[in-house]
Design a protein around this ligand. Structure first.
Ligand SMILES: [Zn+2]
Length: 353
């Protein structure tokens, strides 16, 4: 859990992923035959085929996005309150009473200020206020510091991230602010270290800017020219009281979710079969997921196209600061990613080109 905690605590708002990508690259490097960072910032590590199924091995691309939703400073007022715009899809209802970290670049050296996004105090609210959600453009960060102290550190354009940290809640139940997609990144790294007897070249890609519309992965997909893509992202558990029973799927603890279809991708039939066969060969718990939207969509349609889908641990409360996962599902995801490269070539037809 140490690596998962470190990955979950490092900030990486979309477009500001540098520090986190350094951590990812350091973790992948000892196990990679080649590693590089592409022009947009995605880290690409290659583990060459150890038992290639043909002279030029097929290419399997694993993609997990390192970025998390956050904010950009848009204005600092005369009293030092910091206004912001969202980077990625936030639910405004979840923001009041959050702790945040502002990554200032106004001084000679980058420097952080800690702050809160307050809720409107009860004694200032009227009946109308109680009924409405405060829109994001009325919210602000309060550091408690005077304007000149704030402006010495922070300027317009700086990143703000939610600062809730990784915790073990109970037994193997863990929580963090960005399990979408840090548990995916964790599974990517953990599996990459254990890949053996792979018949295909495996490219582990830690992508950037997924949360703002899958902007980071296309350049990596173009450079690699993958035959097969498995994105790793949270699947969508509906095992909570808010969900209708006829939408039930992917309870946490039930295994890794294999995406049949999401908002951007219809899972390739041969790839789904190959992933399920791998689970059955190695006693890996899996379940079927419908819904979401991931990096797989861009790789599927890059170049000549790739057989693509997504897998991942069910993640409760995505895009909130209390995302919840079961370690058993995270391990199942990594196991599937570690074993699949032994069989990946089998899903491609003889006339594949
Ligand atoms: Zn995601």
């Amino acid at each position: 859990m140490d690596l998962l905690a470190r990955l979950s605590n490092v900030p990486a708002v979309s477009g500001f992923e540098h520090e986190a990508q350094k951590l990812v690259a350091d973790e992948l490097r000892p196990y990679a035959d080649e590693i590089r960072t592409d022009r947009l910032g995605s880290v690409i590590a290659l583990r060459k085929a150890r038992k290639p199924s043909r002279e030029t091995p097929y290419r399997l691309l694993y993609a997990a996005h390192i970025d998390e939703i956050g904010f950009m400073v848009s204005y600092i007022d005369d009293r030092g309150f910091i206004y912001f715009i969202p980077i990625g899809g936030f639910d405004a209802r979840t923001l009041p009473s959050q702790r945040v970290t502002v990554h200032g670049t106004a001084g000679d050296e980058p420097s952080k200020l800690e702050g809160v996004i307050p809720s409107k105090p009860g004694w200032m609210t009227d009946d109308e206020d109680r009924k409405r959600v405060i829109p994001i453009d009325e919210l602000f960060v309060d550091t408690g510091l005077p304007a000149e102290r704030v402006k010495a550190v922070v300027q317009v354009g700086d990143a703000i991230n939610l600062s809730k940290e990784f915790e073990v809640l109970n037994d193997e139940i863990v929580t963090g602010r960005n399990f979408d997609d840090r548990v995916g990144t964790y599974s990517l790294i953990d599996s990459f270290r254990r890949i053996e007897e792979n018949t295909v070249d495996v490219y582990a890609v830690s992508t950037v800017q997924e949360e703002v519309g899958v902007r980071g992965v296309p350049t990596a997909a173009h450079a690699i020219g993958a035959d097969i893509c498995v994105a790793i992202d949270g699947s969508l558990p509906s095992d909570i009281p808010f969900a209708k029973s006829h939408r039930a799927q992917c309870p946490i603890g039930g295994g890794t979710g294999i995406y049949l279809m999401d908002n951007r991708t219809i899972g390739d039939r041969d790839l789904l079969r190959g992933l399920i066969d791998t689970c059955e060969r190695h006693d890996i718990r899996y379940q079927r997921n419908i819904g979401g939207g991931t990096d797989a969509s861009a790789v599927q349609r890059a170049g000549l196209g790739a057989k693509a889908t997504t897998i991942g641990a069910p993640t409760r409360y995505m895009h909130s600061t209390v995302q919840m996962c079961h370690m058993r599902d995270i391990r199942a995801t990594a196991d599937l990613l570690a074993y699949f490269p032994r069989y990946a070539h089998e899903i491609l037809p003889d006339d594949w080109r």
